[in-house]
Design a protein around this ligand. Structure first.
Ligand SMILES: Cc1cc2nc3c(=O)[nH]c(=O)nc-3n(C[C@H](O)[C@H](O)[C@H](O)COP(=O)(O)OP(=O)(O)OC[C@H]3O[C@@H](n4cnc5c(N)ncnc54)[C@H](O)[C@@H]3O)c2cc1C
Length: 645
């Protein structure tokens, strides 16, 4: 059965449930027992939230519901990268400059959409019913289609190769585990991929997959231009393959909807929402009402006072002190815009924050008098213009039909990375001209310019000092950085001088470029702040930090292993006691430094035993607690142990 959002309910919906941290955020925030409680003596206490994007406002809203007083700072405008800019003179008709298509698998984000009663409808993606028709223009050849079947066989070959390539890494099994919320199965499948794919790019995956290696180079090119759901994925070819796996396996790139009237209504709605049930505050309190209507100005400085409080200085020099601070702006800004006391984070965290890699993105929109693209070409009977994917400058052109008699919106060009950089130095009018020139080569008989009304709107997120990029796009080898940032809300073992400062948002997320990931990280931070202030969750509704030790993301070792270690494998933390024998007794040594090894062996097994605090899964072909080590392995484990002695 498919519900009205097109979600397949038969085997449980495909949601952004993990795969790194398969915690049911959607259940946690909707559970009747609530998300937890703060000691009554702390009710009304101020906590700082830096950034009024979706992650900052979700966190602020939930902290308010717990009885705290969030103080939100914003350097630019409410909404952050959910920015819907209205065209001059056209009430409610907007250009979506940031997030614009939201997969229904993002159930926590949709919780807030539903809470606000906002309407959504299918996004006009390539070859979707909503788009009506799609034009694919590659290497000067222009094709018109309504579905994949209308295109030449090459496109089906590409789609099939992609599906097969994903099966080489057990995509369907992972999706089934997500649908079933089968955490042990999901962890065992996903944790196997992490060490194998963290070092490798998306392009590597495509090129080395069995499915694509039997096809031509042109198949890879076509895949880069039009595959999968939204097109334009070759901009991500240098990214870590893990990031792409997450997108596909959690359904981020399918079944996407837009928010009617603009996505910015979500953060703005949360800002104004009068919470019906909250601790301490009277029913109907909103973030806006706690702030005299507007957030405080941008933050200029964060430091710790001698008494341990965190002092936040805003752009006007106003200093306020807090027991907890949540940072949601992009992490580079902690070194470029905010004077951040270095000792607030460990050097390992600083390395992760500074190594964050952003993708560039540019969009240019025009308002047009009507959805003229639906006019029929008298010669061909086809739409005169369609949703267009091309290898030309524009890359993706999207058409937004606001109904008959209403002005329509065209996103003339939505591009990433080098294509976005081509636009970077250009003013808006020239961007429009460049885009129209490119589209003229595809639609030589169509005068798009004659339909343009109002002023065009454009954005390059990398040119804005409050962002410096569109969203994170992790490179190979970045898993460890991401792990450090993501796990930072678990602070019990940190030195006191590093506690109380939390991070959330797109940079911290495992699924950057998707609002759901930003929301999930903000919910982690809510748990972190609650815990830091002595609060706790309800026993019937454990929060992310309560289960993190058991199901948190796999840790990769700092020490890299020898690649030739076949025959046995370890994941998470394994401690070995080795004798100078071929048979080694395997024992778990509490508190010992981790020894980790990786193997390409397909017969790795998990003995299912999990333990906390320095222990972990024990993997190996033997379940008995005895592992047959080769001489090489024995030597390797011994040397690891002596290094950690
Ligand atoms: C071009 C583009 C396309 C995208 N497409 C999609 C999509 O289709 N679907 C989807 O789900 N997601 C999409 N995303 C991602 C989504 O928009 C983000 O994940 C999400 O909006 C990030 O929210 P955030 O709260 O983490 O960060 P932000 O929205 O960036 O919020 C951080 C806030 O901090 C503020 N700030 C900066 N410096 C300071 C300071 N010194 N003091 C105080 N405040 C400060 C900023 O102004 C900003 O408002 C897209 C993003 C972009 C840019």
């Amino acid at each position: 059965m498919v519900n009205e959002r097109g979600r397949d309910e038969r085997q449980g919906p495909l949601t952004i449930f993990g795969p790194d941290f398969p915690f049911p955020f959607d259940d946690w925030i909707t559970h009747p027992a609530g998300m937890g409680s703060i000691p009554a003596e702390r009710h009304g206490e101020e906590v700082a939230v830096i950034g009024a994007g979706i992650s900052g406002l979700v966190a602020a809203y939930e902290l308010m519901r717990l009885g705290l007083k969030p103080v939100v700072y914003e350097a630019s405008r409410i909404g952050g990268r959910l920015r819907s800019q209205a065209f001059e003179g056209a009430e409610g008709v907007v250009a979506e400059l940031g997030g614009m298509r939201f997969p229904v698998s993002g159930t926590s984000f949709y919780h807030y959409i539903d809470m606000l009663g906002l309407a959504t409808r299918p996004f006009p993606n390539p070859l979707s019913e909503e788009a009506g028709s799609t034009v694919i223009d590659l290497e000067g050849v222009t094709l018109y289609a309504r579905t994949l079947e209308d295109l030449p066989p090459l496109f089906t070959e590409v789609a099939d190769a992609w599906a097969q390539a994903l099966e080489e890494v057990r995509c369907t099994d992972i999706q089934d585990a997500i649908r079933a919320r089968d955490v042990p199965m999901l962890k065992s499948l996903w944790n196997d991929l992490v060490p194998r794919w963290d070092d490798r790019t998306f392009y590597d995956f495509v090129a080395s997959s069995k499915a694509f290696s039997s096809l031509s180079f042109h198949h890879r090119e076509v895949f880069g231009h039009v595959g999968f759901g939204t097109g334009g994925w070759d901009s991500d070819y240098p990214n870590s393959m893990l990031e792409i796996f997450r997108v596909v396996m959690t359904g981020c790139d399918e079944n996407q909807r837009l928010v009617v009237g603009g996505a910015e209504q979500v953060p703005r709605g949360i800002w104004h929402h009068r919470a019906p049930r909250l601790a301490y505050w009277p029913a109907g309190t909103s973030l806006a009402s706690l702030h005299s209507g507007a957030p405080k100005a941008g933050v200029a400085k964060i430091a710790r006072d001698p008494d341990g409080q965190l002092a936040v200085t805003d752009a006007w020099g106003d200093v306020r002190r807090y027991p907890a601070v949540l940072i949601t702006c992009q992490s580079w800004l902690l070194t470029t815009q905010i004077d951040t006391q270095e000792s607030l984070f460990s050097q390992k965290i600083w390395a992760a924050l500074d190594r964050t890699r952003y993708m560039q993105s540019s969009k240019t929109f025009v308002l047009v008098d009507r959805p003229f693209w639906k006019d029929k070409d008298p010669r061909t009977g086809r739409d005169v213009m369609s949703m267009t994917l091309t290898d030309r400058l524009t890359r993706g052109t999207y058409l937004f039909d606001n109904g008959p008699g209403q002005p329509g919106v065209i996103c003339l060009t939505y591009s990433w990375m080098s294509d976005a950089l081509k636009m970077l130095p250009e003013p808006v009018d020239r961007r429009v001209r460049l885009a129209l020139n490119a589209l003229h080569k595809i639609y030589p008989d169509l005068d798009i310019a004659s339909h343009i009304i109002s002023d065009p709107i454009t954005v390059s997120w990398e040119a804005d000092r409050n962002f410096l990029g569109a969203f994170k796009g992790a490179l190979p080898g970045h898993y460890r950085y991401n792990h450090r940032m993501y796990a930072h809300f678990m602070q019990d073992r940190m030195p006191a001088e590093q506690r109380g400062i939390f991070m959330a948002g797109d940079d911290v997320s495992w699924t950057p470029a998707w609002a759901e990931g930003a929301v999930q990280t903000s919910l982690n931070a809510v748990w972190g702040v609650m815990h830091h202030l002595g609060g706790q969750t309800h026993p019937d509704n454990p929060g992310p930090g309560d289960v993190f030790a058991d199901i948190g993301p796999i840790e990769l070792p700092e020490l890299l292993e020898e690649p030739q270690l076949g025959g046995w494998a370890a994941s998470r933390v394994c401690c070995f006691r080795v004798r100078p024998l071929r048979w080694a007794a395997l024992s778990v040594v509490a508190g010992a430094a981790p020894v980790l090894a990786r193997s390409q062996s397909p017969d790795r097994r998990c003995d299912g035993r999990s333990a906390r605090d320095g222990l972990g899964y024990i993997l190996g072909p033997a379940h008995s607690g005895r592992v047959l080590l080769t001489e090489d392995q024995n030597e390797y484990v011994s040397s690891m142990l002596s290094r950690h002695a």
